[in-house]
Design a protein around this ligand. Structure first.
Ligand code: ADP
Length: 282
């Protein structure tokens, strides 16, 4: 069982031929509301890859809250610890221009209000096999969750994204880090202290480095790429779901799931099921 302590957002995706200049209005080409947030995406990915998953997080008291809640529970992710707080839900305002270039503004909203863990949250963490976190909620909450997990033999997996400077005492609580190449370069030597580090390499797959110096790599799974949004979250969720089977097996599930996620448009909608991953496993 995996507990995710993390973010859930509504992505507001607008498509435009050309971005407006300051003060200018332009006609958009399309619009979609897409549930996302790294925490929610990774919880759904872990569930679809075959694990039981529970989400600890917050939505606001706005019109997006019910839909965010529904997407998680319809995916089979436990939402007992999902609370409602006053104010807006987390949102990401995304503009995709004619060249396929994205600009994104994330407003933390209810995710920024995730400053406390309840006794029931802590019980869920203690009872889980794995705690999975990202950095779209306050770092102090990630640290509290990680400390409690470690004290109860729950494996702590961190995807340090969006990447930033973290307190050294947080790194001391991490068992497994999942980073892309940009995050690996930014974090540099602090990753050396983490027992298990997985680095994703886009179309080239991923590699693994263990505390004992053991290394593994898995090649990219060739696919027809449509949209890479959500590939990293899908990879991380699938890796967590299969971590107990050892790094080699976990890497192959994760690389396959991540590749399949690029073959469909959107983040949460493109996350493959266990059956689809199993069929494509190499
Ligand atoms: P992020 O999206 O977080 O920057 P990556 O680009 O490294 O991370 O992608 C994460 C994982 O998704 C990769 O390790 C790989 O398994 C899969 N993936 C991403 N892009 C492709 C691609 N073009 N072809 C096949 N697999 C891909």
């Amino acid at each position: 069982r995996i507990v995710v302590v993390g973010s859930v957002n509504m992505d507001l995706v607008t498509r435009v031929r050309r971005r407006p200049e300051p003060g200018e209005t332009v006609a958009g080409e399309g619009f979609a509301l897409v549930p996302g947030g790294k925490g929610a995406n990774q919880a759904i990915a872990a569930r679809r890859a075959g694990a039981e998953a529970e989400f600890v997080g917050a939505v606001g008291d706005d019109v997006f809250a019910a839909e965010l809640r529904r997407v998680l529970s319809d995916s089979g992710v436990g939402t007992e610890q999902l609370r409602t707080v006053a104010g807006p839900s987390g949102v990401a305002a995304i503009v995709v221009d004619g060249g396929g270039e994205n600009t994104i503004i994330v407003v933390g909203g209810a995710n920024a209000a995730m400053t406390e863990l309840t006794p029931a949250d802590l019980d869920a963490i203690a009872a889980a096999d794995t705690l999975m976190c990202q950095l779209e909620i306050p770092v102090s909450t990630v640290l509290a969750a990680a400390r409690h997990a470690r004290a109860h033999d729950t494996t702590v997996l961190l995807n340090p994204s969006p990447v930033r400077e973290l307190p050294p005492e947080l790194w001391a609580e991490i068992d497994v880090a999942v980073v892309n190449e940009g995050e690996a370069a930014h974090l540099g030597t602090v990753l050396k202290a983490v027992p298990h580090v997985i680095t994703t390499l886009g179309a080239a797959g991923a590699n693994y480095r263990g505390a004992d110096g053991e290394t593994r790599s898995h090649p990219g799974v060739p696919v027809e790429v449509v949209d890479t949004t959500g590939a990293g979250d899908t990879f991380t969720g699938a890796l967590a779901a299969h971590w107990h089977e050892g790094p080699e097996t976990a890497l192959s599930w994760a690389c396959t799931a991540g590749a399949l996620a690029t073959t469909k448009l959107g983040a949460s909608a493109s996350i493959p099921t266990r059956e689809a991953i199993e069929q494509a496993l190499v």
